[in-house]
Design a protein around this ligand. Structure first.
Ligand SMILES: C[S@@+](CC[C@H](N)C(=O)[O-])C[C@H]1O[C@@H](n2cnc3c(N)ncnc32)[C@H](O)[C@@H]1O
Length: 414
């Protein structure tokens, strides 16, 4: 079955038609001819599973990573960075019906602050696109940088020398499940978090990963295949640090931190530019990344976050930077005081729920700053924020080599 790619869909897949049926094909570009051998139906959509490119687009570039098209991580290494930005601009334009600037990332590789490497008897690496139980064996990850190569080699040495079993994704037998790496890009500090099904004796691990600033052993004895584990013990530092625009942030294995520190600088500068008045509320504040930056600039900042460990870390971050922020633990939807000049929201991918939208609409807030990793939920929420009008909106490319784009919007009360 042969088809021509007509366009790139929002999810970064090439789109072509077979008997008027829409087919999504990864790693392809408009104008290319594709021979499809196998199609898989997922969530009502048709995805090409086995295919080859018969005629290539002139826009196709050589991917930097040897695992591109095999590993399910990146979708866009066959597209020049200039064209990636163009794609993101178009995506935002279609969603918001206006021209929107997208700030390119200062680094297009080596920018990721965190990767979760699957360690299993199916392989050590990243999952093959479309398969939960097929893993592409990797030795490096150019998106993370040199420390991925070093850590993967050290992990294989540890497994070989200590004869530790690997978790089997199907039978659930075996010990090591994930190697989670985090890095402070401006401090060079590396955190290695080995997630295992059961305890591995401390003594067996002491001589490995000595190049890391912090090493954790975390347990995930459950059946759910997640890289999140309960820390059992650690060597060396409890936290690693990242330094952005003069602020030091502490990072723990289980707290959120923005994934591209180079672009976080630009995001923080835009937030500071968009704030109005003196009293600011940072909702969904995580480890206080925005709140502490603004407090350091002299704003009076309150902040709210659901995760107790993030709140704890946020308080520590404030103390380390010698600023005061009133951090509270709780649900954004339950907030009853919205007496602020500016409110910042940075919700998870599904966006804001109807309860908090209603409260924001009924408040007297002058300015709302909405930071979003999902432009679809942002567009939907903006249409629901009926008492606000959109003043500024900018795309920030936090995720080069992928179709994802971060967006910041400034809204004013009508
Ligand atoms: C995209 S992160 C933003 C983090 C923060 N702005 C930062 O830069 O570190 C979203 C945060 O919202 C928190 N969260 C999720 N649901 C929440 C809720 N209902 N109320 C408050 N916080 C919530 C998550 O724990 C997470 O830390």
């Amino acid at each position: 079955m042969k088809l021509k790619i007509e366009k790139l869909a929002d999810n970064g897949f090439g789109v072509g038609f077979l008997n008027e049926k829409e087919i999504f094909i990864p790693y392809t570009l408009p104008g290319e001819e594709i021979f499809i051998e196998k199609i898989q139906k997922r969530k009502g959509k048709n995805f090409a599973l086995e295919f080859r490119v018969v005629s290539q687009s002139k826009k196709r570039v050589e991917p930097r990573c040897p695992y591109f098209e095999k590993c399910g991580g990146c979708l866009f290494q066959h597209l020049s960075y200039k064209d990636q930005i163009k794609f993101k601009r178009e995506k935002l334009k279609n969603l918001f019906q206006r021209k929107i600037k997208v700030l390119p990332s200062p680094k297009q590789f080596g920018y990721r602050g965190k990767i979760d490497i699957v360690v299993s008897s199916q392989g050590i690496g990243f999952r093959q696109r479309g398969f939960w139980n097929k893993v592409i064996e990797i030795d490096e990850c150019p998106l993370f940088g040199d420390n991925a190569k070093k850590s993967l080699s050290e992990l294989r040495k540890l497994i070989r020398e200590q004869k530790i079993s690997l978790y089997d994704l199907e039978s659930h037998k075996g010990l090591i499940r994930y190697l989670v790496l985090r890095e402070g890009k401006f401090t060079g500090q590396l955190m290695v978090n080995l997630v295992t099904k059961r305890e591995i004796e401390r003594e067996k691990l002491t001589k490995y990963f000595n190049f890391a600033q912090s090493f954790y052993l975390s347990l995930n004895p459950g059946l759910s295949d997640v890289s999140f584990g309960k820390p059992l013990y650690h060597f060396k530092d409890e936290f690693i640090q990242e330094k952005i625009l003069g602020i030091t942030y502490f990072i723990h294995p289980n707290t959120f931190f923005q994934s591209n520190s180079y672009q976080l600088k630009n995001l923080l500068k835009l937030i500071a530019k968009f704030v109005k008045g003196k009293k600011v509320l940072d909702l969904y504040c995580g480890v206080g990344t925005f709140a502490i930056f603004l407090a350091k600039k002299g704003y009076l900042v309150d902040a709210l976050e659901l995760s107790p460990s993030s709140v704890k870390m946020a308080k520590l971050n404030a103390m380390a930077n010698d600023v005061y922020v009133n951090f509270q633990e709780g649900r954004a939807e339950e907030i009853d005081n919205l007496n602020y000049d500016t409110v910042i929201v940075d919700p998870p991918r599904p966006g804001l729920g109807s309860k908090i939208i209603k409260k924001l609409n009924e408040s007297k807030i002058q300015r709302l700053i909405y930071v979003s990793c999902n432009p679809h939920s942002l567009a939907q929420n903006i249409s629901q924020l009926k008492n606000f009008s959109l003043k500024k909106i900018i795309g920030i490319d936090m995720f080069p080599q992928t179709p994802e784009v971060e967006t910041i919007a400034a809204l004013d009360r009508k």
